[in-house]
Design a protein around this ligand. Sequence first.
Ligand code: CA
Length: 243
Amino acid sequence: MAAKILVVEDEEKLARFTQLELLHEGYEVETVGSGRKALEMAVQHQYDLILLDIMLPELNGLEVLRRLMKERPTPVILLTARDAVMDKVSGLDAGAVDYITKPFAIEELLARIRVALKLHPAVGNAGAASAEGSRDEKGVLTWGPLSLDDPRHKVLYGTHEITLTNREFLMLKTLLENKDIVLSRDTLLERVCGYEYVGETNVIDVYIRYLRSKIDDVFGVKMIHTVRGVGYVIKPWEEDEQK
Ligand code: CA
């Protein structure tokens, strides 16, 4: 089934051009030019991916993103202006999976769309787009008593709900999707923080520390293992894990 993409862009020419290119690639595409209307559509229908311009009439893209993440979390790629660094940071913090700077090359946009669809299968087709072994049909990743419900953006340990920031959530999700595979700090940085943090791998150590303080330390388990000089890994759950 073709992935369904919503293009939110008020510059009609760009919206039309993007729509034609995406249709040509075989995606199902709808376009909308106002932030308010976009939010309405995105909450009512389940899109596999949303391309969201930030500068929009009525309701700006970041506000649309924040409300959408509360009401119906959906993978979002932001379209940003070249010099709008703060927009990119706020956008990723608010839950966008990626951004692309305008004007963009269509090949780059298509590549980012393919990656986003692969890494973030939306509700309804979770798992279909990837070979992840540990994600069940509802999009839930587990490690013993811990479960990460990706579509609902919720993490539980047994019946305790764990509150994570977007970055912590993305980090845990990335580690769980790659269970038993050691991920380098560079890989984690790219997946969790995006390209603008290249080289700042100590950011990853900080997020690992936050995760451990919220999970390992609280529940007395050793979930995230450090592989010295390489990176981090979550190994498969073993019954004797609980100390
Ligand atoms: Ca615009």
